[in-house]
Ligand binder design. Structure first.
Ligand code: SF4
Length: 492
């Protein structure tokens, strides 16, 4: 057993039953762009960002244009904490972009909060980014050698500076010339004085959709669920490599650079990230997750009394598992949905309660039962182990843990915080060791073939965190804080 396993086992044995943050990979970011002639766009953006809050809870920002000048407000915290009637009233305009952030690149420092806004020779622009450039270090170094300074450690500022100095006659050409140099995952919203541009990388790693607003104009957002919150119709996914312009009542769509062949859509959007009411790759996410559960039931063929989900993200898969296996679905946990991000540090005695602060077991539902516990992912093992412990304390006779994706053995360099190789349980331990560590009677993972089958097609997805087969060259990619010594030494 290596030192990592020792550390994890010690945490569980000493009843350090959590941390309060869960063990799922953290969402990347959420972006939004709205062109609504005649409307107060900042309020629309506020509600749109609320619908994207699950993609990033560390910071939020909105930039607007009234056709003459750009204004922006951003800060760390949840959307509801960052914005209030007073600062929204100061954001006047009919064009707006918004961003919610989880720090996949650059730490959570205020200078990294988006959108980024700068004056360029083409006019003032603001930019919001979801994803991660794997060649940002090299690009940043080239810019610095040409005398460009940086105020943050984020790859988004690198993209902003490149756009400010880009070749071409118009914004379509400026963006296209940068897309040829950017390697990695990027969905962008770019606000100029007169228009909004939206961009999706040629691999299609992260989702982006557009729709028609109920009044005049159009919107783009990371997820179609957010567009529906805004009342959009005629929703269409932005295709890999496309550039959109939202201007007045018009929506212009051009192919910026050719789509990569094959595409590399992040399959983890299906498993965990996206809202279940969103569509991803033409399919509803809730339905895909039900199919993940059905497929898992066919692969495991377990005998048990009840199928119980880890709420909320595993509920659709548990419904699917129950349907395919004929084993009844039941609720085993009630989750406190409001405790995820608290600014109050728990006391030591509360901290020892671990996940019990967040989940209560319904003892009457589990007592004496053989339970199949459905979870969508198992990354570091701390939460799953604690949940198994709670079920057993509640009287469950057996707990069989079934995960709706294969073991995560490799980090993500495309904008998802999977941790490092050292932190990934499945990279360091066998399935038997993990089963013993989390205290389950058995542990099953969905096969890669089963995952792709449930997702609807065998190719076109990135599966690198399961297979280690990265769809792009990741040699330039380091940790998310790789720029943070760069003020005294070269980065990347
Ligand atoms: S490595 Fe995993 S999380 Fe990252 S883009 Fe690929 S599938 Fe998504």
């Amino acid at each position: 057993m290596n030192f990592i396993q020792n550390d994890l086992v010690t945490k569980l044995q000493t009843n350090e039953r959590y941390p309060l943050t869960d063990e799922h990979p953290h969402e990347e970011c959420g972006i939004l762009g709205i062109c609504a002639p005649g409307e107060d766009v900042s309020r629309l953006a506020y509600f749109g960002l609320y619908a994207l809050q699950h993609r990033g809870q560390e910071a939020a920002g909105i930039a607007v244009s009234d056709g003459q000048k750009l204004d922006m407000y951003k800060d760390v915290g949840l959307v509801s904490r960052v914005f209030n009637p007073s600062n929204l009233a100061d954001l006047n305009g009919f064009l707006g972009i918004g961003h919610v952030r989880y720090s996949t690149f650059g730490s959570s420092m205020i200078s990294n909060v988006q959108p980024f806004m700068i004056d360029t020779r083409f006019g003032t622009i603001a930019l919001g980014h979801n994803g991660n450039l794997v060649n940002a270090g090299k690009l940043r170094r080239e810019l610095m050698e040409n005398g460009i300074g940086f105020s943050s450690t984020s790859d988004t500022e690198v993209m902003t500076m490149m756009l400010a100095g880009a070749d071409g006659e118009d914004w379509f050409e400026h963006i296209r010339s940068c897309m040829r140099k950017w390697q990695g995952a990027y969905c962008l919203v770019i606000l100029t004085r007169e228009s909004i541009y939206a961009v999706r990388d040629p691999w299609g790693f992260r989702p982006l959709s557009t729709g028609k607003l109920p009044g005049k104009g159009h919107a783009v957002a990371s997820e179609s669920g957010a567009l529906r919150t805004l009342g959009c119709t005629a929703i269409r996914e932005v295709q890999p490599g496309e550039i959109l312009r939202l201007s007045g009542e018009d929506l212009t769509i051009r192919q910026g650079i050719p789509p990569a062949e094959p595409a590399a859509l992040c399959i983890f959007e299906n498993v965990y990230f996206s809202r279940p009411d969103s569509n991803w790759d033409g399919m509803n996410v809730h339905q895909i997750r039900q199919r993940l559960g059905e497929q898992l039931a066919r692969e495991t063929r377990l005998t048990a009394d009840e199928v119980i989900p880890v709420p909320d993200s595993s509920i659709p898969a548990a419904i699917g598992y129950a349907r395919a296996s004929g084993i009844p679905y039941n609720d085993g946990f009630i989750k406190n949905r409001y405790i995820g991000r608290t600014f109050i540090e728990p006391t030591d005695s509360l901290r020892k309660l671990g996940v019990a602060l967040k989940f209560n077991v319904i003892n009457e539902n589990v007592e004496g039962k053989r339970i199949i516990l459905i979870d969508d992912s198992l990354v570091r093992g701390n939460t799953t182990g604690a949940l198994v412990g709670l079920l057993k304390e509640g009287g469950a006779r057996e707990v069989h843990v079934c995960i709706t994706c294969p073991p995560i053995r490799h980090p993500c360099f495309m904008g998802v915080d999977m941790g490092t190789y050292e932190e990934l349980l499945a990279h360091n331990m066998s399935e038997e060791q993990i089963r013993d560590m989390i205290g389950a009677d058995s542990l099953y993972y969905l096969s890669l073939d089963g995952l792709l089958k449930a997702a609807g097609r065998p190719t076109g997805y990135c599966t690198a965190c399961y297979t280690g087969n990265y769809p792009i060259d990741i040699n330039g990619a380091l940790s998310k804080t790789r720029f943070e010594g760069s003020r005294v030494s070269n980065c990347g």
